[in-house]
Design a protein around this ligand. Structure first.
Ligand code: SF4
Length: 60
């Protein structure tokens, strides 16, 4: 399966944190880890998916 990601809210690497009153969204594949992202905005310039691809595989 190939997933096209155009914003963080569509990205499987976008994760939530913070509190219910002040939710925060972070990138699970950023360096440093969990850089904050805005799921309503365009992908940040540092998004690793701009230049690379991630392959997620199951190793049995
Ligand atoms: S910055 Fe890129 S890799 Fe990280 S959550 Fe957003 S779209 Fe996904």
């Amino acid at each position: 399966m190939i997933k096209i990601v155009k914003s963080c809210k569509d990205c499987p690497f976008c994760c939530t944190g913070g509190t219910p009153e002040a939710p925060q969204w972070g990138c699970n594949v950023s360096t440093p880890a969990l850089r904050l992202v805005d799921p309503e905005a365009e992908r940040p310039r540092w998004c690793i998916l701009r230049n690379e691809q991630y392959i997620v595989r199951e190793f049995a």
